[in-house]
Design a protein around this ligand. Structure first.
Ligand code: CO
Length: 466
């Protein structure tokens, strides 16, 4: 019998896609022991934007959140999303920082680390993989993740090469990450059939979003073609910009005789629990109804939904919304000049902003953003395809070539640790505090100061009560 396992995303990607990762730990802690019995392959609960959001908006220690989830769900694999050398931020960190972050993630409870790079430059995920292997236990899974996109250079042949490379690097599973939700059932079929030989018996995972309305068809086709794990969200937190519904996929697949290992009764309990949670966040405006609908524009322009709404907001700010159509046409041109990067953070913002600038200035690349300049200097890694030679010369000068970003990354001097400890002083009580500061300095410092103040208050009251 065919077997497919499910990764439940309500605590991370569904939370991030529908409500900007604002779900508090208090809102879901009661259901964790129940979720532990559902029979998921894993629960994605950490990484992505959860870390930043905990510190910046929720006043929570992300490490403590992870430890509490671990304690409440001892039997389920806990999963995180890690942006390779960027960890959970936007810049490249030194190798010693990446290693320490992975070590602490595993120590605090993570089992599955899904590691990706926006450009699929796998040099950027090598250090995180090696650290996962070094500090992992027998339940740790290193998942090599490919950012999926469509372009003239992103052929099935190219994806086969990527799969072979990830396999040779030593990953345990391979995941295709369709962040824009633009993978069609037809494309899923050619992709999965195409990479099958290269994958061998390694588990293959598909991550997609409902944004354009294709996820259910694409996932069903993927199962037919032999996918091993799919990402879904409990139904009340599914659809729109989130994942397909767990219970719905379960129901449909069961009729095909697919074995899922899921417990239907428990799954329904999980969904019943989250219904009022969702309602609360709709009522207080955290969930934008727009994110719950289907948006087929991404299929026409090959641009993720979030990128379009960003662009509309920017143009509105500049009183230039009437130039939207021109900017939309300029996006594929800029993307081509950059060698077809997948439109995922931070590349989606970079390409979108440059397209808007090109249109508003009335001349292409009259003004070039620093991020685009850094991209050409090689700070993000190698471009997937040929970049525009003309633009490269304009930025790097005649004969200029991008430098290897790995030269800077390779450092193991401890300087970022020392800087963090010095800046925090007595606020830094653990290595986890230090790492929070390295990733998000201002947010972590503010959080740690508040933590200290809160404790002193509690101590004061306790003494008075005695
Ligand atoms: Co996603």
């Amino acid at each position: 019998m065919k077997k497919v396992q499910f990764t439940e995303t309500v605590l991370r990607d569904a939370n991030q896609s529908l409500m900007a990762t604002r779900m508090k730990f208090e809102d879901f802690k009661e259901i964790l022991p129940t979720m532990d019995k559902a029979g998921y392959y894993s629960v994605e609960c950490w990484g992505g934007a959860t870390f930043d959001s905990c510190l910046r908006y929720l006043g929570e220690d992300p490490w403590e959140r992870l430890r509490k989830i671990r304690e409440a769900m001892p039997n389920t694999r806990l999963q995180m999303l890690l942006r390779g050398q960027n960890l959970l931020g936007y810049k490249h960190y030194h190798d010693d920082v990446v290693e320490k972050f992975v070590e602490l993630s595993i120590k605090n409870g993570i089992d599955v680390i899904r590691i990706f790079d926006a450009l699929n430059d796998f040099r950027n995920i090598k250090t995180a993989l090696e650290a996962t292997k070094k500090y992992g236990t027998d339940r740790t899974v290193a998942s090599g993740c490919i950012s999926y996109t469509q372009s003239p250079v992103h052929t099935v042949k190219k994806y086969v090469e990527m799969v072979k490379e990830l396999k040779a690097m030593g990953f345990d599973t391979i995941c295709f990450k369709d962040m824009a939700g633009t993978m069609s059932p037809f494309e899923a079929e050619s992709l999965i059939k195409g990479v099958k030989d290269a994958i061998g018996d390694m588990p293959l995972v598909l991550h997609t979003h409902c944004t354009t309305g294709m996820a259910y068809m694409t996932l069903t086709k993927a199962v037919e073609c032999g996918i091993d794990v799919i990402d879904t969200a409990t139904s009340c937190f599914s659809n729109g910009t989130s994942q397909a519904a767990t219970e719905t996929m379960f129901y449909a697949l069961q009729q095909y005789g697919v074995e899922t290992g899921l417990n239907e009764k428990v799954m329904n309990e999980v969904n019943d629990f989250f219904k009022p949670v969702k309602q609360k966040y709709i009522d207080n405006g955290t969930i934008n109804p727009k994110s719950m609908g289907t948006d087929s524009q991404a299929l026409v322009y090959k641009v993720p939904g979030g990128m379009l709404s960003n662009m509309i907001a920017n143009l509105k700010d500049m009183n230039a919304l009437d130039r939207f159509d021109e900017a939309l046409v300029e996006i594929p041109n800029v993307r081509k000049d950059l060698g077809y990067p997948p439109l995922v953070t931070p590349l989606s913002q970079m390409v979108g902003n440059q397209a808007v600038t090109n249109v508003l200035m009335g001349e292409r690349y009259k003004q070039i953003s620093n991020e685009i300049k850094n991209y050409f200097r090689g700070e993000y890694g190698i471009a997937p395809g040929e970049v525009s030679k003309e633009l490269q010369t304009k930025i790097l000068g005649e004969g200029g070539k991008p430098a290897d970003c790995r030269d800077e990354d390779k450092k193991r001097t401890g300087e970022e640790f020392a800087k963090a400890k010095e800046a925090l002083g007595e606020l830094c009580e653990t290595e986890e505090d230090m790492m929070s500061y390295i990733c998000f300095p201002q947010q972590a410092e503010k959080f740690l100061k508040e933590r200290k103040a809160k404790r002193e208050n509690i101590a004061k009251y306790t003494i008075e009560e005695i």
